[in-house]
Structure formats: structure tokens, C-alpha cells
Design a protein around this ligand. Structure first.
Ligand SMILES: Cc1cc2nc3c(=O)[nH]c(=O)nc-3n(C[C@H](O)[C@H](O)[C@H](O)COP(=O)(O)O)c2cc1C
Length: 481
């Protein structure tokens, strides 16, 4: 059964407009910093998304700024009411992605909007696309900030979709970081590079919202099939012009080509999701462009990373937390929920658990740090089931009152990190090394029940009938909320 979803960004834009989650900008905006500055301010103020109708020098293009930087927009992407609380959006993600993967459906190129315009040869020029200069100080124009790269494993049928940023280096060349532990990194560095073989790729810019969520989620499944699960029906794909990869047919722009083995060129600096500029100009992975296809009047999506809250922080926190919950439950750990705070730039995760045996917090920390998800965060706060993991006041209260500074903080010095961590030394950053820490906010199990501090809260120290009476008469007393 198909769920409610939007097949392309145009339908999503209409939905955002209806709920007041989109501003249409009719004034011309400059791709050189002005558009980036608007989107940055929007993220910091949690403003609605923006549909830019006129871009300087590029009359045939429009842009969508900050496509999914709020939980309201995330809820809309799932076809839910924009006011849906985070735990319910999470439940929807977990419901849709439990069960069998849904293979994509191949459609004819004449039915594929992303083939309305085809540029090949000299025409396939990256600077004919309205790539924004996102931040002052960036190393170049970033054409791909809300997109994914499609690539196929060398000796299996596994096809990966992953969101890895790309900068326009010259008319025919893009460059970007492909981290060694990412799925594409493993395929490229382990299989194509040793054989000195170029790896075909297709970059899908401005995909439909659910494909975007799937491509940035750390799921072990092929993301096309994961997208089908989120949609409740197959995602429609079409064959590329220059290789046998398939791309979502309703996306706005597709860039095709090959990733070159054993060549690296300069990329960065770039304003990062951590809220800092941490990656210096360095040699990174090279994408050589062969063809560009697109919809008429195509709408480039632009995400602007920086201090919270941008898409990277919001979406990665969402899916990292939920994939962690799934993994811990699969291991039989009695977790009551997992919430990664977007404001932490997906560095801090709160895990709720029924502490039924000793050192369960250590076990949780070791499992999540040791998993594929581990490099992206370094703070794990484990609370018991009396703490609401979505309530920041309760998290701070638990951390400040239950975590013993001498025995409840467990540090691992040599963890796997990313080159973007602001808090580690430049050398550790270079090698992607980072320390990790677990905060155990559960009371030790060997304390006698009579000695356990009793939490003094409305829902813990009053009889049920008093609570119910007070709740039912709350507005009558004169309170609004
Ligand atoms: C807006 C955005 C930009 C991202 N840029 C990068 C990037 O440049 N490099 C990278 O390794 N991961 C980046 N990520 C994170 C990856 O998309 C994420 O790790 C994803 O799960 C990759 O899939 P993989 O597990 O198949 O490698 C980005 C995520 C988002 C939401």
C-alpha cells in the first residue's frame, strides 16, 4: 500500500506552500553569496523554506532553499500534519522501514521528467547550472548540497545512493570528500582504485523528499529499495545516458560521469554541519562530467550548512538516532527510545533504557560507537525510563543529578571520528580519530530500593486520581497550557 508522499520537489513545494512552510521569493537573488546568506539566516531562525523564482544570470532556473531544515518540513515530507510531534514522525519512519525492501520500478525515458533537457559534449558545462557560492570563504561554488551520488559496486549488484557534497572545480569537473568508511568510499577505494578503473556515477540534484531522506540515512539497505519502503511503493527510476546506472525519474537535475581513480584535486574550505569551517583545502575525490540532464525550468535545491539547524543536522540526527534504536533493539537491549539532538550537530544522542542489569550504559555506548554509525558522534547519554528523552530540561536534570562524575563518565580515547570534528587537534582531524564518552545517568542497581532518591515530579509523587483531577480541571483553574 502506497503511503502519502510527494513524487517530486514540485509537489512538495505546493504542500509546503499550503501549510505556510514556504516563502516564494520573487525578487532576483544573486547565486554569489546572496542566496546562501538568505538560506543561512533562514536556518538560524527556523524560517519556512524559500522558493527562489529568479536567479541572477540563470533565467532558466529556480531554486529551493533549506528544503528540510525543520521538523515541520520533515513531517510534511512523510505526508503528516506539520505539527506532528517528533516521536510520532519517528514512529512513522520505523513503521515504514520495517519489513521487506521495495525494488525500484524502471520507467521509459519518454515518461521521465529528468530527461526533458539533455546536455552532452561541450554543453555539459557545470557553470551553466546556477551553482551557488554558499558561504564567503568557501573554496568554490557548491553545485551539490541537497542531492545524492549513485554508484554501483564493482563485483556485486549493490547500488548505493549517498549524499556526499560536490564542488564545481571547472566546467567538467566536480570534487568532494568521500570518507573511507562511507559506503561509496568502501566501494571506490577498495575495488575501483586498486584496479585503476573509473567508477561510473550519477549525481541526483533536488531529488524528491523521501529519496533525499533515504540517501542520507545510515541504513545497510540499498537506498533505492529503502526509498520504496518509505513510499510504500517502488520509486520510479530511469536509465542514465552514459552508463547503466538508474536515477529517480522525477528529480530536477542529473549529472553523469566517472569518478577518476588515483587522481585527487583541491577541494574546500566549506562551511560544515558542525557550525565551523573545519576542512582545509585538500586533495579530494574527482568526478569527471560526461552529460547533464534536467527538467525544464529546473529547481536546484540548496542546503546551507552552518550553526543549527540545517538539513544535515536535522535529518542525520533523525535517521542516525532511529537506526541506532533499531540496532539496539535487534541486539535485545531494553531501550525505551533514542533521540539524537539536532542542536548537537548530531554529536549527542540520548538513549532511554530500562536498567535491568549492571553497566548497561557501557554496553550501549560500546555497541553504538562500534557500529557503522559510530564515527558521526561522540557523546552518548544513557537515561532510565523515568526521563523523557525528547525533553531537554529532563535530560539536563538527569545528567546533573544521576551521572556520578567519578564513576558514571566512561571515556574511550581512540575512537573513529570524522575529519570535521572541531574539538580534536588538527592532526586527529586529519586522521579521523576522536575520543568518545558515555554518560551513565542511571542509579546503580546495587543500591537498596529504600535508599534510591525519589524523583519529585507531578507525575511521580501524586496519586493517579489527584493527577487526573488536576489535569481534567487545568483549563478550568485558568491555565491555558
Ligand atoms: C546535506 C548533507 C550533506 C552531506 N555531505 C556529506 C559529505 O560531503 N561527505 C560524506 O561523507 N557524508 C556527507 N553526508 C552524510 C552522508 O550523507 C551520510 O553519511 C549517508 O548515510 C551516506 O551514506 P553511506 O552510509 O551509504 O555512506 C551529508 C549528509 C547531508 C544530509
Amino acid at each position: 500500500m502506497a503511503y502519502k508522499y510527494y513524487k517530486d520537489n514540485r509537489a512538495y513545494i505546493e504542500a509546503l506552500k499550503k501549510t505556510g512552510d514556504l516563502v516564494v521569493v520573487n525578487d532576483e537573488v544573486d547565486w554569489d553569496l546572496e542566496m546562501g546568506a538568505i538560506v543561512r539566516r533562514m536556518c538560524e531562525r527556523k524560517s519556512p523554506a524559500a522558493h527562489f523564482k529568479k536567479i541572477k544570470d540563470y533565467p532558466d532556473f529556480e531554486a529551493l532553499g533549506a528544503p528540510m531544515a525543520t521538523h515541520r518540513r520533515l513531517a510534511i515530507a512523510f505526508g503528516l500534519d506539520p505539527a506532528t510531534p517528533i516521536p510520532q514522525i519517528s514512529a512513522e519512519y520505523l513503521k515504514r522501514t520495517t519489513g521487506s525492501p521495495v525494488k525500484p520500478k524502471i520507467i521509459d525515458r519518454k515518461d521521465a521528467p529528468c530527461k526533458e533537457i539533455v546536455w552532452s559534449g561541450e554543453d555539459a558545462n557545470l557553470f551553466n547550472l546556477p551553482a551557488p557560492m554558499v558561504h564567503d570563504g568557501d573554496g568554490g561554488r557548491y553545485i551539490c548540497t541537497w542531492h545524492f551520488v549513485v554508484a554501483k559496486d564493482y563485483d556485486t549488484d549493490f547500488v548505493n545512493w549517498g549524499m556526499y557534497r560536490q564542488m564545481a572545480f571547472d566546467e567538467k569537473t566536480m570534487v568532494g570528500p568521500v570518507l573511507a568508511f562511507s559506503d561509496m568510499g568502501k566501494m571506490f577505494y577498495n575495488k575501483y582504485v586498486p584496479r585503476n578503473l573509473p567508477m561510473p556515477f550519477a549525481t541526483v540534484i533536488s531529488p524528491d523528499p523521501l529519496s533525499a531522506i533515504a540517501s542520507s540515512a545510515p541504513s545497510p539497505l540499498p537506498e533505492a529499495e529503502f526509498t520504496g519502503m518509505l513510499m510504500g511503493e517502488p520509486v520510479e527510476v530511469v536509465k542514465c545516458e552514459t552508463c547503466d546506472l538508474y536515477v529517480p525519474a522525477h528529480a530536477e537535475i542529473i549529472i553523469e560521469g566517472v569518478v577518476l581513480p588515483n587522481v585527487m584535486i583541491d577541494e574546500s574550505p566549506f562551511g560544515e554541519y558542525t557550525g565551523y569551517r573545519t576542512s582545509p583545502r585538500e586533495k579530494r575525490t574527482v568526478y569527471r562530467v560526461k552529460a547533464i540532464t534536467m527538467r525544464k525550468k529546473s529547481i536546484l535545491a540548496v542546503s546551507n550548512m552552518g550553526v543549527p539547524t540545517d538539513e544535515g543536522q536535522l535529518l542525520r540526527s533523525f535517521s542516525l538516532g532511529l537506526e541506532m534504536e533499531r540496532m539496539l533493539k535487534d541486539q535485545g537491549i531494553p531501550v525505551t527510545g533514542v533521540y539524537m539532538l539536532p542542536e548537537s550537530t548530531h554529536h549527542l544522542v540520548v538513549v532511554g533504557v530500562k536498567p535491568i542489569y549492571a553497566n548497561i550504559a557501557t554496553q550501549i555506548g560500546q555497541l553504538v560507537f562500534g557500529s557503522k554509525l559510530g564515527p558521526w558522534f561522540h557523546l552518548v547519554v544513557v537515561v532510565d525510563d523515568t526521563t523523557d528523552i525528547y525533553n531537554k530540561d529532563e535530560i539536563i536534570h538527569a545528567l546533573s543529578t544521576k551521572c556520578n562524575p567519578a564513576t558514571g563518565i566512561r571515556i574511550t580515547e581512540h575512537g573513529v571520528g570524522t575529519p570535521l570534528n572541531p574539538f580534536v587537534s588538527p592532526e586527529q582531524r586529519k586522521y579521523g580519530a576522536a575520543p568518545k564518552v558515555i554518560f551513565d545517568c542511571t542509579f546503580p542497581l546495587n543500591w537498596p530500593a529504600s535508599e534510591l532518591p525519589v524523583k519529585v515530579a507531578f507525575n511521580s509523587v501524586y496519586p493517579k486520581e489527584i493527577q487526573e483531577k488536576v489535569l481534567s480541571k487545568w483549563n478550568q483553574y485558568g491555565f491555558k497550557d
